[in-house]
Design a protein around this ligand. Structure first.
Ligand SMILES: *[C@@H]1O[C@H](CO)[C@@H](O)[C@H](O)[C@H]1NC(C)=O
Ligand SMILES: *[C@@H]1O[C@H](CO)[C@@H](O)[C@H](O)[C@H]1NC(C)=O
Ligand SMILES: *[C@@H]1O[C@H](CO)[C@@H](O)[C@H](O)[C@H]1NC(C)=O
Length: 218
Protein backbone atom coordinates (compact mmCIF):
# COMPACT_ATOMS: atom_id res chain seq x y z
CA UNK A 1 0.00 0.00 0.00
CA UNK A 2 2.73 2.42 0.98
CA UNK A 3 4.59 1.44 -2.15
CA UNK A 4 1.46 2.00 -4.28
CA UNK A 5 0.86 5.42 -2.70
CA UNK A 6 4.40 6.56 -3.24
CA UNK A 7 4.28 5.22 -6.80
CA UNK A 8 1.13 7.23 -7.43
CA UNK A 9 2.75 10.31 -5.93
CA UNK A 10 5.77 9.79 -8.16
CA UNK A 11 3.58 9.41 -11.23
CA UNK A 12 1.66 12.57 -10.32
CA UNK A 13 4.95 14.44 -9.94
CA UNK A 14 6.22 13.17 -13.29
CA UNK A 15 2.89 14.12 -14.95
CA UNK A 16 2.90 17.61 -13.45
CA UNK A 17 6.53 18.12 -14.45
CA UNK A 18 5.84 17.06 -18.02
CA UNK A 19 2.62 19.03 -18.29
CA UNK A 20 3.82 22.14 -16.47
CA UNK A 21 5.05 25.11 -18.39
CA UNK A 22 3.55 27.64 -20.74
CA UNK A 23 0.69 26.87 -23.12
CA UNK A 24 1.32 27.90 -26.74
CA UNK A 25 -0.75 31.04 -26.19
CA UNK A 26 1.24 32.11 -23.11
CA UNK A 27 4.15 34.50 -23.34
CA UNK A 28 7.31 33.52 -21.47
CA UNK A 29 8.45 36.41 -19.29
CA UNK A 30 12.13 37.03 -18.59
CA UNK A 31 13.21 39.58 -15.98
CA UNK A 32 14.01 42.81 -17.86
CA UNK A 33 17.16 43.20 -15.74
CA UNK A 34 18.69 40.66 -18.13
CA UNK A 35 18.99 43.58 -20.57
CA UNK A 36 21.15 45.59 -18.13
CA UNK A 37 24.37 43.98 -19.22
CA UNK A 38 26.47 46.99 -18.18
CA UNK A 39 26.03 45.69 -14.60
CA UNK A 40 28.14 42.60 -15.31
CA UNK A 41 31.79 42.72 -16.39
CA UNK A 42 33.12 42.22 -19.91
CA UNK A 43 34.93 38.86 -20.01
CA UNK A 44 37.77 38.56 -22.56
CA UNK A 45 38.12 35.17 -24.24
CA UNK A 46 41.60 34.61 -25.53
CA UNK A 47 43.89 31.65 -25.88
CA UNK A 48 46.32 29.92 -28.17
CA UNK A 49 44.14 27.02 -29.41
CA UNK A 50 41.54 27.18 -32.19
CA UNK A 51 38.05 28.19 -31.01
CA UNK A 52 39.41 29.89 -27.85
CA UNK A 53 39.40 33.42 -29.25
CA UNK A 54 36.04 35.11 -29.59
CA UNK A 55 34.22 38.21 -28.38
CA UNK A 56 31.15 37.93 -26.19
CA UNK A 57 28.69 40.21 -24.49
CA UNK A 58 28.40 38.82 -20.97
CA UNK A 59 24.81 38.28 -19.76
CA UNK A 60 23.87 37.74 -16.11
CA UNK A 61 23.01 34.03 -15.84
CA UNK A 62 20.87 34.76 -12.76
CA UNK A 63 18.09 35.99 -15.09
CA UNK A 64 18.64 33.33 -17.75
CA UNK A 65 18.66 30.27 -15.48
CA UNK A 66 14.89 30.42 -14.67
CA UNK A 67 14.19 30.36 -18.41
CA UNK A 68 16.54 27.42 -18.87
CA UNK A 69 14.79 25.58 -16.02
CA UNK A 70 11.37 26.28 -17.53
CA UNK A 71 12.41 25.08 -20.99
CA UNK A 72 14.22 22.04 -19.57
CA UNK A 73 11.06 21.04 -17.68
CA UNK A 74 8.63 21.64 -20.57
CA UNK A 75 8.65 18.84 -23.10
CA UNK A 76 6.96 20.84 -25.86
CA UNK A 77 9.86 23.31 -25.68
CA UNK A 78 12.84 21.10 -24.85
CA UNK A 79 11.80 17.80 -26.45
CA UNK A 80 13.62 16.03 -23.65
CA UNK A 81 16.21 17.38 -21.29
CA UNK A 82 18.95 19.81 -22.12
CA UNK A 83 22.53 20.43 -21.08
CA UNK A 84 23.43 23.88 -19.75
CA UNK A 85 26.75 25.71 -19.80
CA UNK A 86 25.89 27.36 -16.48
CA UNK A 87 26.66 30.81 -17.91
CA UNK A 88 25.18 33.04 -20.56
CA UNK A 89 26.47 35.43 -23.20
CA UNK A 90 25.82 36.76 -26.68
CA UNK A 91 28.61 35.73 -29.04
CA UNK A 92 29.54 38.86 -31.01
CA UNK A 93 32.62 37.73 -32.95
CA UNK A 94 32.40 33.98 -33.57
CA UNK A 95 35.44 31.74 -33.08
CA UNK A 96 35.57 30.80 -36.81
CA UNK A 97 35.34 34.48 -37.79
CA UNK A 98 38.40 35.14 -35.65
CA UNK A 99 40.39 32.01 -36.53
CA UNK A 100 39.61 31.87 -40.27
CA UNK A 101 39.14 35.50 -41.28
CA UNK A 102 40.14 38.24 -38.84
CA UNK A 103 43.31 36.76 -37.37
CA UNK A 104 44.85 35.75 -40.73
CA UNK A 105 44.45 39.43 -41.78
CA UNK A 106 46.42 40.55 -38.72
CA UNK A 107 43.56 41.53 -36.41
CA UNK A 108 44.45 40.43 -32.87
CA UNK A 109 42.16 39.38 -30.03
CA UNK A 110 43.72 42.12 -27.91
CA UNK A 111 42.57 44.70 -30.46
CA UNK A 112 39.04 43.23 -30.48
CA UNK A 113 38.92 43.17 -26.67
CA UNK A 114 40.23 46.76 -26.47
CA UNK A 115 37.55 47.90 -28.92
CA UNK A 116 34.88 46.06 -26.89
CA UNK A 117 35.96 47.31 -23.48
CA UNK A 118 36.71 50.94 -24.41
CA UNK A 119 34.14 52.92 -22.33
CA UNK A 120 32.60 49.49 -21.56
CA UNK A 121 31.08 49.83 -25.00
CA UNK A 122 29.99 46.24 -25.64
CA UNK A 123 28.48 45.60 -22.20
CA UNK A 124 26.55 48.88 -22.57
CA UNK A 125 25.01 47.76 -25.87
CA UNK A 126 21.22 47.89 -25.99
CA UNK A 127 19.18 44.99 -27.36
CA UNK A 128 15.72 43.47 -26.98
CA UNK A 129 14.21 39.99 -26.89
CA UNK A 130 12.59 38.63 -30.06
CA UNK A 131 11.45 35.17 -28.92
CA UNK A 132 12.43 31.74 -27.65
CA UNK A 133 14.11 29.89 -30.49
CA UNK A 134 15.05 26.32 -31.23
CA UNK A 135 17.14 24.80 -34.01
CA UNK A 136 17.32 21.11 -34.90
CA UNK A 137 19.34 19.20 -37.47
CA UNK A 138 20.60 15.67 -38.04
CA UNK A 139 24.35 16.17 -38.04
CA UNK A 140 26.71 14.66 -40.57
CA UNK A 141 28.52 12.35 -40.79
CA UNK A 142 27.50 10.94 -37.39
CA UNK A 143 23.75 11.00 -38.17
CA UNK A 144 22.85 12.28 -34.68
CA UNK A 145 19.75 14.33 -33.85
CA UNK A 146 21.05 17.68 -32.65
CA UNK A 147 19.06 20.43 -30.97
CA UNK A 148 19.86 23.78 -29.37
CA UNK A 149 17.49 26.21 -27.64
CA UNK A 150 18.22 29.92 -27.39
CA UNK A 151 16.80 33.38 -26.68
CA UNK A 152 16.76 35.24 -29.98
CA UNK A 153 17.46 38.99 -29.96
CA UNK A 154 16.14 41.96 -31.93
CA UNK A 155 17.03 45.68 -32.17
CA UNK A 156 20.71 44.97 -31.59
CA UNK A 157 22.10 47.92 -33.58
CA UNK A 158 24.72 48.72 -30.91
CA UNK A 159 26.17 45.22 -31.28
CA UNK A 160 26.25 45.52 -35.06
CA UNK A 161 27.97 48.91 -34.69
CA UNK A 162 30.78 47.11 -32.84
CA UNK A 163 31.01 44.56 -35.66
CA UNK A 164 31.13 47.43 -38.17
CA UNK A 165 34.14 48.86 -36.35
CA UNK A 166 35.78 45.41 -36.43
CA UNK A 167 35.07 45.34 -40.17
CA UNK A 168 36.77 48.76 -40.62
CA UNK A 169 39.83 47.54 -38.69
CA UNK A 170 39.93 44.35 -40.77
CA UNK A 171 39.74 46.25 -44.06
CA UNK A 172 42.32 48.82 -42.87
CA UNK A 173 44.71 45.92 -42.27
CA UNK A 174 44.20 44.72 -45.83
CA UNK A 175 41.51 42.10 -45.11
CA UNK A 176 39.34 41.03 -48.04
CA UNK A 177 35.92 42.71 -47.48
CA UNK A 178 34.17 39.75 -49.10
CA UNK A 179 35.12 37.51 -46.17
CA UNK A 180 33.68 39.37 -43.17
CA UNK A 181 30.10 40.61 -43.10
CA UNK A 182 29.29 42.66 -39.98
CA UNK A 183 25.56 42.53 -40.80
CA UNK A 184 25.33 38.76 -41.39
CA UNK A 185 24.75 38.00 -37.75
CA UNK A 186 21.96 36.42 -35.67
CA UNK A 187 22.69 37.26 -32.01
CA UNK A 188 21.16 35.01 -29.38
CA UNK A 189 21.70 33.74 -25.85
CA UNK A 190 22.17 29.97 -25.84
CA UNK A 191 20.07 28.27 -23.17
CA UNK A 192 20.95 24.64 -23.73
CA UNK A 193 21.40 21.81 -26.18
CA UNK A 194 21.09 18.05 -26.42
CA UNK A 195 24.57 16.80 -27.37
CA UNK A 196 26.48 19.90 -28.40
CA UNK A 197 25.62 23.38 -29.62
CA UNK A 198 24.95 23.67 -33.35
CA UNK A 199 25.94 26.48 -35.69
CA UNK A 200 25.70 27.92 -39.20
CA UNK A 201 28.35 25.31 -40.08
CA UNK A 202 25.73 22.65 -39.24
CA UNK A 203 23.26 24.42 -41.50
CA UNK A 204 21.08 26.13 -38.88
CA UNK A 205 20.19 29.84 -38.61
CA UNK A 206 19.27 31.32 -35.22
CA UNK A 207 17.23 34.31 -36.40
CA UNK A 208 13.51 35.05 -36.29
CA UNK A 209 13.11 31.98 -38.51
CA UNK A 210 13.85 29.79 -35.48
CA UNK A 211 11.21 31.23 -33.10
CA UNK A 212 9.07 28.60 -31.35
CA UNK A 213 7.48 30.63 -28.53
CA UNK A 214 6.67 34.21 -27.58
CA UNK A 215 8.96 35.80 -25.01
CA UNK A 216 9.00 39.25 -23.47
CA UNK A 217 11.31 41.04 -21.03
CA UNK A 218 9.47 42.82 -18.23
C1 LIG B 1 45.00 36.76 -22.88
O1 LIG B 1 45.05 38.18 -22.79
C2 LIG B 1 45.70 38.67 -21.63
C3 LIG B 1 45.53 40.18 -21.60
O2 LIG B 1 45.89 40.74 -22.84
C4 LIG B 1 47.14 38.21 -21.59
O3 LIG B 1 47.75 38.62 -20.39
C5 LIG B 1 47.19 36.69 -21.69
O4 LIG B 1 48.53 36.26 -21.81
C6 LIG B 1 46.42 36.20 -22.91
N1 LIG B 1 46.41 34.74 -22.92
C7 LIG B 1 46.67 34.04 -24.01
C8 LIG B 1 46.64 32.55 -23.82
O5 LIG B 1 46.91 34.54 -25.08
C1 LIG C 1 12.46 15.09 -30.51
O1 LIG C 1 13.72 14.46 -30.41
C2 LIG C 1 13.85 13.26 -31.18
C3 LIG C 1 15.24 12.70 -30.91
O2 LIG C 1 15.49 12.61 -29.56
C4 LIG C 1 13.64 13.57 -32.64
O3 LIG C 1 13.72 12.39 -33.40
C5 LIG C 1 12.30 14.22 -32.85
O4 LIG C 1 12.18 14.62 -34.21
C6 LIG C 1 12.14 15.45 -31.96
N1 LIG C 1 10.78 15.93 -32.10
C7 LIG C 1 10.45 17.21 -31.95
C8 LIG C 1 9.01 17.54 -32.13
O5 LIG C 1 11.24 18.08 -31.70
C1 LIG D 1 17.14 19.20 -16.87
O1 LIG D 1 16.08 18.39 -16.44
C2 LIG D 1 16.45 17.08 -16.07
C3 LIG D 1 15.19 16.28 -15.81
O2 LIG D 1 14.38 16.91 -14.86
C4 LIG D 1 17.34 17.16 -14.83
O3 LIG D 1 17.76 15.87 -14.47
C5 LIG D 1 18.56 18.00 -15.20
O4 LIG D 1 19.37 18.19 -14.05
C6 LIG D 1 18.15 19.36 -15.73
N1 LIG D 1 19.34 20.04 -16.22
C7 LIG D 1 19.89 21.07 -15.60
C8 LIG D 1 21.16 21.59 -16.19
O5 LIG D 1 19.39 21.61 -14.61
Amino acid sequence: MRVATSLLATLALVASTVMAGPRPSDTIVINKKVLQTSKVPFIPHNGTALFTNWVGLNVDFKYVQPIFDLVNATHSLSNGTLLSRGESHVTVILPPEYDNILHPAGVTIDELNALASHNNRLQRAKFEIECLGRVQVVSKPDNAFQQAVQIILKNFGDIVAYREDVYKLFVKKGGNPALFDPWNFTPHITLGYKIRDIFVEDGVFKGKNACIHKMVAK
